[in-house]
Design a protein around this ligand. Structure first.
Ligand SMILES: [Zn+2]
Length: 255
């Protein structure tokens, strides 16, 4: 249940992907605070990370949940375009559809590489299925809109996020061929959400303070559940409310 509104114009893509239509952001985490500071929210290019020549992952894939530290770990560039990459993308689609999602990034299934899949129609096998390997944003329009987003790594948590409405991206397809395409509105939003995952950025990082406060109890509940199940794993927790931070660190204590 839920939804992401917004029109999506059909746009041509040299890569042969057909982007159009949408409805519904289906129900669409030992990096710690230090890594968070290194995350560039507005980075236009991927972080300097190694390139993997062999993909390693275990089937069946499972969506990992916030605050799993793999959602904050660096994601390697993919340097291998073989059957293992095709199979990984195929299984990512399957997991995504199972959860009624319209987009999924590889770190969400615990594979820290720069790969994302999306299909704004959420219809298995439809022509809108898109696989982007090593994507890069080469241009981002100034215009933005605000709409509700969900994330498969944050079950049933929805909140408003501001995104650019038009972006131009470069990527490689499953054959390793360089492609470029322009994305608008809903699809641009889906791409930016998934691209953030490749940068170790999560959607609540981008929520305005008031919006973040609305979902804070649910984020804390996920954190507590994770800590209970993995007491020895270091996690990055949601930062405290701005007001509380100011009190603790910015103002002089009154006696
Ligand atoms: Zn997500």
């Amino acid at each position: 249940m839920q939804s992401l509104g917004g029109l999506v114009q059909r746009v041509a893509s040299p890569g042969g992907c057909c982007i159009h239509k949408q409805l519904g952001w289906g129900p669409a985490a030992a990096a710690a605070a230090q890594h968070r500071r290194s995350v560039q929210l507005h980075a236009k290019r991927p972080q300097k990370v190694p390139t993997v020549e062999k993909l390693e992952w275990q089937a069946p894939l499972q969506v990992i949940k916030y605050p799993d530290p793999r959602l904050r770990a660096p994601n390697a560039r993919i340097g291998v375009f073989d059957d293992s990459l095709r199979e990984l993308a195929k299984q990512m689609f399957e997991v995504m559809y199972q959860d009624d999602g319209v987009g999924l990034a590889a770190p969400q299934v615990g594979v820290n590489v720069r790969l994302m899949v999306f299909n704004e129609t959420a219809t298995p096998g439809s022509p809108e299925e898109t696989v982007l390997v090593n994507p890069v944003i080469i241009e981002k329009g100034r215009a933005t809109d605000v709409d509700v987003e969900g994330c498969l790594s944050f079950p049933k948590i929805y909140a408003d996020v501001e995104r650019a409405t038009k972006i131009e991206v470069q990527y490689q397809d499953l054959d390793g061929t360089k492609q470029q395409m322009q994305l608008r509105d809903f699809v641009a939003r889906v791409f930016q959400h998934e691209y953030d995952h490749l940068q170790g950025v999560l959607y609540h990082d981008r929520m305005k303070a008031a919006e973040l406060e609305k979902v804070r109890p649910e984020l804390l509940a996920l954190e507590e559940a994770f800590i209970a199940a993995h007491p020895d794993v270091a996690i990055q927790r949601v930062p405290p409310p701005a007001a509380a931070k100011a009190k603790g660190f910015g103002s002089i204590a009154k006696r």
